[in-house]
Ligand binder design. Structure first.
Ligand SMILES: Nc1nc2c(ncn2[C@@H]2O[C@H](COP(=O)(O)OP(=O)(O)OP(=O)(O)O)[C@@H](O)[C@H]2O)c(=O)[nH]1
Ligand SMILES: [Mg+2]
Ligand SMILES: [Zn+2]
Length: 287
């Protein structure tokens, strides 16, 4: 299923034909919310979705099923990189064990000074194990690399509004005609131009979901215990903590804090870890 709109589900077959369908009541009654990306069986004569196949995975924000990877797009300027939101998106992808490609876009808008900073930031995330692309929809820098990562996969573009998700997809496949809009000069934020989630075919085996930008992402479903494993760069150091249940906060003999002091872990990543841990523990207390 590639698109849901106005109570209809748009289902694409392997030849590329898209059929507009309704869903059989039993599917809704079973509590299965049809998601973009779902593999379904269709009764073609009636134009009805009869069956939803079990999902490999699904993400909530944006709502898409059977995702191979998330392309997290951040612009280096207009709007500036939001590392807090970036780390939130990364840990939610980690908790679902979904691959990530980080795309630092609008490189044409970065000055020499910020260029060095962006490269440093990119290096940190590379060291965490995330493939990182420096791109520009204007100069086309990084686009061949991005295209290579997308091949034969289902990829979801995620990130704040106005960072250029729709523009990048338009460049990769001209003719899709996705709407894009200049960021508002007042708020320096995007205008939430993309309103719904849709799976687009780049070719017969390559799909991308353009999705509306978001500013917030809650960490529901993630426990404090799981959190350290969502920071790939901390994992090897956590092995040398004195306590096996070390939270890497105040405990003596903590391998993670030691690595932090040596500069082997970026301070903002560690700070975000503490902030997320705090947030999760506050939420856990409420229940
Ligand atoms: N200078 C520059 N501008 C870009 C680049 N990529 C996108 N833009 C511009 O940024 C603005 C926002 O782009 P969109 O593609 O609408 O952003 P989006 O991420 O899809 O935003 P939402 O749909 O609201 O989530 C548009 O004016 C684009 O032309 C880039 O690489 N460089
Ligand atoms: Mg968009
Ligand atoms: Zn520790």
């Amino acid at each position: 299923m590639v698109k849901a709109k106005g109570g209809y589900y748009f289902v694409r077959d392997s030849s590329g034909f898209v059929l507009r369908c309704r869903a059989r009541r039993k599917i809704k009654e079973a509590g299965t919310n049809l998601l973009v990306g779902d593999l379904v069986e269709v009764n073609v004569a009636d134009g009805v979705v009869e069956k939803v196949y079990p999902r490999k995975n699904s993400i909530v924000r944006p709502p898409v099923a059977n995702v191979d990877q998330v392309i997290v797009v951040m612009s280096v300027n207009e709007p500036p990189v939001d590392l807090f939101l970036l780390d939130r998106i990364l840990i939610s992808a980690e908790s679902l064990m979904i691959e990530v490609v980080l795309c630092l876009n609008k490189m044409d808008l970065s000055s020499d000074l910020s260029n060095n900073m962006i490269k440093e930031i990119g290096k940190v995330y590379e060291n965490c194990g995330y493939r990182t692309i420096f791109s520009s929809a204007v100069t086309k820098q990084g686009l061949p690399e991005l295209e290579k990562f997308l091949m034969n996969k289902v990829s979801v573009f995620a990130g704040p509004s106005g960072v250029g998700k729709s523009t990048l997809i338009n460049k990769l496949k001209p003719g899709l005609g996705l709407k894009s809009a200049a960021v508002s000069s007042k708020s320096e934020r995007g205008r939430h131009t993309t309103r719904h989630v849709e799976l687009l075919a780049i070719d017969k085996t390559t799909f991308v979901a353009d999705t509306p930008g978001f500013q917030k992402l809650d960490l529901k479903g993630l426990s404090g215990k799981e959190l350290p494993s969502c920071f790939p760069e901390m994992v090897p150091f956590a092995g040398s903590c004195r306590f096996t249940d070390c939270t890497h906060r105040v405990e003596p003999g903590c391998g993670v804090k030691e690595a932090l002091q040596r500069g082997a872990i970026a301070s903002w990543r560690y700070n975000h870890y503490l902030m997320f841990l705090n947030e999760i523990q506050q939420a856990e207390k409420k229940y």
